[in-house]
Design a protein around this ligand. Structure first.
Ligand code: URA
Length: 236
């Protein structure tokens, strides 16, 4: 991460004020005054602003990532690349977690943070945060699928039906499903229970916050203060 960005994350400085502090010689990296804003900082570096160490002040951090297929929502994995490797401009990646998970082959919106209570407000079933998925199916969808999703579907090996959701048809084999739970492989299992098979799955939104159209697969950005507070509030 660039030195000026690091300063904005670890202090109250804006990017331009961080540049001023650097040019004025008020920033030391590993005991040397540094006057270049673009110097790359890593986790081993000690950064002082006005003589004060900044290292532990980073966070809380909130990001949205456009997850590509082939990446896993875990902090480490022996077989697959983990989503955190896509956060190329961030440090202390081990402090971050994904807010819920998407399967290896699922694409779309993943929220990432280091704020546990905030993540809990999004994932806790009590808070009924909605998640919208675009779903591509192997077979034309049966006629009463909307009704079954609305009343709840009994998944294999589960005791209770799914909570009411909504289904919007785009074509016979393409739909948008909105649900407010996050059971294991829930979307794939719901369509399996409807006699179908998901061939492609993309998450479009969580808690009313949509994946930013400007983010290509693999790109991420910080959430806005409005998005952070909207997601952190229980919807009921
Ligand atoms: N439901 C699934 O089946 N897979 C996902 O990745 C997300 C929801």
């Amino acid at each position: 991460m660039r030195l000026d960005k690091y300063l904005t994350q670890c202090s109250e400085l804006t990017r331009s004020l961080a540049g001023v502090a650097i040019r004025q010689g008020r920033v030391r990296v590993n005991d040397k005054v540094i006057k270049s804003s673009s110097l790359k900082i890593n986790t081993q570096d000690t950064v002082l602003l006005n003589g004060q160490a900044l290292k532990d002040k980073i966070g809380p951090r909130y990001f949205m990532l456009h997850k590509p297929a082939g990446y896993i929502c875990a902090n480490s994995d022996e077989q697959h690349a983990v989503v955190f490797t896509l956060l190329t401009d961030e440090i202390n990646l081990h402090k971050l977690h994904t807010v819920g998970r998407l399967d290896l082959d699922t694409t779309g919106l993943v929220l990432i943070s280091d704020d546990g209570p905030w993540s809990h407000a999004i994932t806790s079933p009590k808070h009924h945060q909605t998640k919208a998925y675009r779903v591509w199916l192997s077979e034309p969808l049966i006629a009463d699928a909307e009704q079954q999703v609305a009343t709840g579907i009994m998944l294999r090996d589960e005791k209770y039906p799914t909570k009411p959701g909504t289904l919007e048809r785009i074509s016979a084999t393409e739909v948008i499903l909105t649900i407010s739970e996050g059971r294991y492989h829930q979307v794939k299992r719901m369509f399996a229970a409807l006699g179908n098979r998901v061939i492609k799955l993309h998450r479009q939104s969580v808690g009313g916050v949509c994946l930013d159209d400007n983010l290509q697969a693999g790109q991420y950005r910080a959430l806005t203060p409005q998005e952070i507070s909207r997601l952190g509030k229980a919807s009921s």
